[in-house]
Design a protein around this ligand. Structure first.
Ligand code: MOS
Length: 772
């Protein structure tokens, strides 16, 4: 029939899902049509806000001199703790923080205290950005400064075990078996200390907020966030409004890496400023402000003790972590989780301690916990391999975990053996001279290193809506966000395949709290949760049409049993006799249906029932989901060339192979892994924010001084995926790849540096001074 659209095959492994489709939003981005959160410039009466921040890290504000600033033309307001509108709730007390879901237990401009350098002390609003900036420069803030604490390394810092202050509970102090005794008895004992510099996320797009009060009790916020719903919850709670009164929109994001995973103070202040001046207000953080506004990866030391037998079998792992936190919060990345689950080891113990200092609260930074945790574990595994003269891959195979050692549960799927084998093959690992410091390229030292990666599948759930029009196009929606990594594209593919439509006929919309709720794009949950939601929404829509078909006398499916009918490639047909059926367009035309809508809830990690519907799993195994440990796994292989005279390290080859469930788009997935690996190479070799130990201020808070890899630092990278069909994860079998891409990366680099030079560097970043 001519009116029938052309259909893709819906076989989930052979259709458009998985294909290297170009980004559906690519054209809008390069044409400048994609609107980021600071680009909604047509709002009526839009004005500009800038933050005045504190240069000192600790003290008390004793006064403001606003005279000169207020005299400037165009200046609308100088908002300080003395005149800012009161909020219904703030995160300043524990209960409020919990209700709000704010990352930080202190909101600036609530009192006269200064707790960290870069803390906002005033918001200046003017009719142009330049006038606001100028007025901010003229504003004088009088401060009684006090001596700050800069980090846990300060002799005056007081270390405490945060698990002890929560009713003596020891949830972070994990004990499995008897690690202390086993370590003491182990023939091989390694004890090493690892330090990790402070890292900042530095997404291309800074934190940005455009706040528009459309009515006294109705707010729309265009926000640079990884989660519109989380931001909506935080703002509505603080403002004392219902969620429905606060709309959050994030159409495009220029990266986030975790720093946009929470609602930070600048967003709240912009909303308050808009209320104060009665006009829409836009605020965009400056690059230096990005170092003190949206968290960071904390400065930290890990001590890892590893006990093993003479044939390289682990008998004990003891992990301790110390890091700096803010005056109010106990946040620390949970590095020990990966140490607990990556290898078979009967005895494990982990503890951590914190010290309060005059810094803002640290936060999720790509692969929070797993990235630095794997640096310690995978460096020590490399030590073990050298000490025993065993190949680094072989030492890992000898400790291969057939089930999750931390829980005893079987894996839902695990392809790590294949990752090692394929990675080694692609890299040419078998040609490696096992001796460290023995391979040269001219005067350069050549080193090959590898490391394991893993990341958990976190529990999550979300929703989507799919509307199919009789004329063969569709709109599919979910309130997810696209960090720039391809959510728009992969969800279009999933919807197109499930609907049996060409991708050009499907529009996927996201980034708006008016759409069905989706989780934060964080913790690698978005791809799996949202794709499953989309898939389920389309199934719901087909069920509605099937009901129409079996009641329609003119349908070939008239009086068929609902359970006997399936939807395939946009056609409703009998399962037993696929020839008997019809396309949706003919059916909808007869029924005079302009469109049909379905809703779906995708569950992640625990979505066994969804998985069952999708994968036709064995009903007898219905309860198994809860008994599976769900992780993705991978392996990185790195070649470095080290200049022995200059101490410079250059990564010259890279291979990553991952098993991460179904891959939704070969091109965007490859880009994800490349991006994450580069992020990890940055942490390994260059990135580090230096906090002055006297002033508690960052000395290199700019992209001129905080070094990140550029194109010239990165070789061509080889990325492959092992095909996995995991029936336990979710309806689409997607594990997510955002975080795993950088787990193990810094260890792979450090291990390659050791192989090149014979020098083990346990302090990141591995700068030339540590090589020489
Ligand atoms: Mo990711 S660090 O949870 O955005």
């Amino acid at each position: 029939m001519d009116t029938e659209p052309k259909f893709f095959e819906t076989n989930p492994t052979a259709g458009v899902v998985g294909q290297p489709l170009n980004r559906v939003d690519g054209r809008d981005k390069v044409m400048g049509r994609a609107k980021y959160s600071a680009e909604f410039n047509n709002l009526p009466g839009l004005v500009h806000a800038v933050l005045k921040t504190s240069d000192v890290a600790k003290g008390r504000i004793t006064g403001f001199d606003t005279t000169a600033a207020l005299k400037q033309p165009g200046v609308l307001a100088i908002i300080t703790h003395q005149n800012i509108p009161k909020l219904a709730k703030t995160p300043n007390d524990a209960e409020g923080k919990k209700a709000i879901g704010a990352p930080m237990g202190y909101l600036p401009l609530t009192d006269d205290r200064i707790h960290y350098a870069g803390q906002p002390v005033a918001v200046i609003v003017a009719d142009t950005l330049e006038r606001a900036q100028y007025a901010a420069a003229l504003l004088r803030v009088q401060v009684a400064a006090e001596k700050p604490l800069a980090s846990y390394e300060d002799p005056k810092a007081q270390l405490f075990d945060p698990t002890k202050i929560q009713d003596g509970k020891t949830q972070a102090h994990v004990v499995r078996g008897n690690a202390q005794t086993a370590f003491a008895a182990a023939p091989i004992q390694l004890t090493h200390k690892y330090t990790h510099a402070i890292n900042h996320h530095n997404p291309m797009e800074p934190g940005a907020t455009t706040a528009h009060w459309e009515a006294p009790d109705r707010l729309t916020v265009y926000e640079s966030t990884q989660g519109v719903t989380r931001t909506q919850k935080a703002l509505s709670t603080m403002l004392g409004l219902s969620a429905e009164q606060v709309r959050v929109v994030t159409k495009y994001l220029g990266g986030g890496f975790g720093c946009k995973g929470s609602c930070w103070p600048h967003t709240v202040l912009t909303v308050q400023a808009a209320k104060f001046v009665g006009r829409p207000v836009k605020l965009s953080l400056t690059r230096p402000q990005m170092f003190t506004s949206m968290g960071h990866r904390e400065d930290q030391t890990q001590t890892l003790r590893l006990g093993a037998t003479n044939d390289g079998k682990l008998t004990a792992l003891i992990h301790e972590k110390t890091s700096t936190t803010s005056p109010w919060d106990n946040y620390a990345e949970s590095n020990s989780k990966i140490v607990n689950m990556l290898y078979e080891c009967p005895n494990f113990e982990a503890s951590y301690q914190l010290a309060r200092a005059n810094v803002m609260t640290s936060t999720f930074t790509r692969a929070p916990g797993e990235a630095p945790g794997s640096f310690a574990l995978e460096s020590s595994m490399d030590d073990l391999a050298y000490q025993l003269g065993i190949d680094p891959i072989e030492i890992r195979l000898r400790n291969y975990a057939e089930k999750d050692p931390s829980t005893g549960q079987p894996w839902s799927s695990k392809s790590l053996r294949q990752c090692y084998a394929r990675g080694a093959e692609l890299f040419g690992w078998s040609k490696r001279n096992p001796k460290a410091g023995a391979t040269r390229n001219g005067r350069l030292l050549v080193g090959w290193g590898m490391a394991t990666a893993s990341y958990p599948v976190h529990n999550s759930q979300g929703m989507a809506r799919a509307r199919l029009y009789a004329d063969g196009h569709a709109v599919v929606q979910s309130g997810a966000t696209d960090l720039g990594t391809g959510t728009y594209t992969v969800m279009t593919q999933v919807a197109a395949e499930a609907l049996g439509l060409p991708v050009e006929k499907v529009r996927f919309e996201l980034g708006d709290t008016k759409l069905p709720t989706a989780p934060n794009s964080g913790g690698s949950v978005a791809a799996g949760t949202v794709s499953s939601s989309v898939y389920m929404a389309v199934q719901d829509l087909w069920q509605k049409l099937i009901k129409v078909a079996v009641l329609d006398k003119k349908s070939p499916l008239y009086r068929a049993k609902l359970t006997d009918v399936e939807a395939k490639a946009g056609r409703l047909q009998l399962k037993a006799n696929p020839k008997k059926g019809e396309g949706f367009a003919a059916l909808m035309k007869r029924a005079d249906m302009a469109d049909v809508e379905g809703n779906g809830q995708g569950r992640y990690g625990s979505g066994y029932e969804d998985a069952q519907a999708a994968a036709n799993a064995d009903p007898a195994k219905k309860d198994e989901a809860a008994h599976h440990s769900m992780h993705s796994f991978g392996a990185h292989f790195c070649e470095v060339q080290v200049d022995p005279d200059l101490g410079t390290v250059r990564v010259t080859r890279w291979v990553s192979v991952h098993g991460a469930g179904r891959i939704l788009n070969a091109k965007t997935a490859r880009s994800q892994i490349i991006g994450g690996s580069i992020f990890g190479i940055g942490a390994a070799l260059m990135e580090g924010t230096v906090r002055d130990q006297n002033l508690a201020r960052y000395t290199n808070a700019s992209l001129a001084d905080y070094h990140i890899p550029v194109n010239a630092d990165i070789p061509d990278m080889t990325v492959e995926f092992i095909e996995e069909h995991d029936p336990y994860i979710n309806a689409m079998g997607v594990k997510g790849i955002g975080e795993i891409s950088m787990v193990g990366v810094s260890a792979a680099v450090a291990n390659a540096v050791f192989h090149a030079t014979g020098k083990r560097v346990r302090e990141l970043p591995i700068t030339p001074d540590k090589i020489l």
